[in-house]
Design a protein around this ligand. Structure first.
Ligand SMILES: [Zn+2]
Length: 413
């Protein structure tokens, strides 16, 4: 299935292969620290094994679309008008008898705490919250999840996928795609619309549109998630973990066990008139503000130490396997967790670019050791097998194998 292989000529090392259809020449945004190797969508709905990626666009001045979009939001958006639109939306759907009128998916992290709490207390809605469980809860993640419900005051459905199936899919996704989070992302993404259908709730609030950090700007306008986002892949054979669904029985997974990972039927969604809206479209959305908000309202706890691979203490801290998601993006695209965190903070004017560069140099390539034994056990791999698989996914145009080990060819400066 691998079609044409791309190469770039390096003055020292000669012809180097470029994997995944990435741009051959690595460039960094002049405003933040993201590189042009970033895949266009963080959701990375990757059906096939050999999919080529579209990547984030840089304009003539060398600024990435995510920075341009952040500028537009800070400069041009009339936030009072947007809030009035949110009021009108809530007025249309608010229940009079206190029954659920909307669904808010989340994990009890800072963003879902903010979304659900503000919708309930400021806009008078009656949200039902739903959660697709992490692979392996951290202690602090479990406490934050509990505090969200107990202190924030929310009803919640916690869905935990079959642990054997989820492990097998995660292992396949690691081996075939170096994307151990793909089954989690698929399940989490499809869970909210499925529950909205089941609970007969026509309004779903997501937090921010994560795609806006990688998408072309003109695809970001609008408050609603498009129907086709949920219908993706229907009518053609689905792949999970790089394996066609029809071949999963060979790995001990029956077709019926896959249903939690599949999208809700798009006709049923349309017939039910379910609307999915981004709260980040209506309200100014910054991770740091959401953190302060959740500390104040549900006793949200940050970690006592920074997360490995970055400098932050309060982003995505509920799953022990989460650091390996970012580590695999470092391997495939040369982009680690500190790059994502620092880029976001530059765009929100919390840090300057030279600080961001220093943070990336310091933390981006740090290997997450803390939960490594548990993650290896989860994947049923030993350490050698783990790294052997990962090394196959290093693109030669990004990585050089030297006597001191693997080195990234081009760093942000
Ligand atoms: Zn940028």
């Amino acid at each position: 299935m691998t079609n044409n292989i791309d190469y770039i000529d390096d003055p020292i090392d000669g012809r180097l292969e470029i994997k995944y259809g990435l741009p051959g020449e690595v460039k960094f945004c002049k405003r933040c620290v993201i590189s042009n190797q970033r895949p266009a969508s963080s959701v990375e709905f990757q059906h096939r094994r050999d999919s080529r990626k579209t990547t984030i666009h840089f304009d003539d001045e060398g600024i990435c679309d995510a920075c341009r979009y952040a500028e537009v939001k800070q400069r041009d958006v009339d936030w009072e008008e947007r809030e009035r639109a949110l009021q009108a939306l809530c007025d249309k759907y608010r229940s009079r008898n206190g029954s659920y009128d909307c669904l808010v998916p989340g994990s009890g992290g800072k963003d879902s705490v903010y979304a659900s709490h503000v919708i309930k207390t400021k806009y008078g809605m009656h949200p039902l919250t739903v959660t697709w469980a992490p692979h392996l809860y951290t202690d602090v993640g479990w406490r934050n999840f509990q505090n969200w419900l107990h202190i924030g005051g929310f009803d919640n459905y916690l869905f935990t996928p079959d642990g054997q199936v989820h492990r097998t899919l995660t292992r396949l996704a690691y081996e075939n795609l170096l994307h151990p989070f793909q089954p989690f992302i698929l399940g989490q993404k499809n869970f909210a619309p499925t529950m909205a259908l089941r609970m007969n709730l026509p309004l779903v609030f997501y937090g921010e549109n994560e795609a806006e950090y990688g998408n072309p700007i003109d695809e970001n306008e609008g408050a609603q998630r498009r129907q086709r986002y949920f219908a993706q892949g229907q009518g053609e054979e689905m792949y999970i973990g790089g394996v066609p669904v029809s071949e999963l029985p060979e790995h001990g997974i029956a077709p019926s066990q896959i249903s939690p990972y599949l999208p809700a039927n798009s006709d049923a969604l349309e017939a039910a008139g379910i609307e999915v809206h981004y709260l980040g479209y209506y309200l100014q959305w910054t991770p740091q503000q959401n953190y302060y908000y959740s500390v104040e309202h549900t006793n949200f706890e940050a970690n006592t130490e920074r997360t490995e691979g970055t400098y932050s203490k309060y982003n995505s801290i509920d799953d022990k396997t989460d650091p390996y998601h970012y580590w695999t993006t470092l391997i495939k695209f040369g982009i680690g967790r500190a790059t994502y965190d620092a880029s976001q903070e530059v765009r929100n004017n919390h840090i300057e670019r030279d600080e961001a560069v220093a943070l990336v140099h310091r933390y981006d390539e740090e290997f997450p050791r803390k939960y490594f034994p548990e993650f290896l056990e989860y994947l049923n791999l030993d350490e050698d097998e783990f790294f052997e698989i990962a090394d196959r996914f290093r693109s030669p145009h990004l990585w050089k194998n030297t006597e001191e080990g693997w080195q990234i060819r081009r760093k942000v400066a």
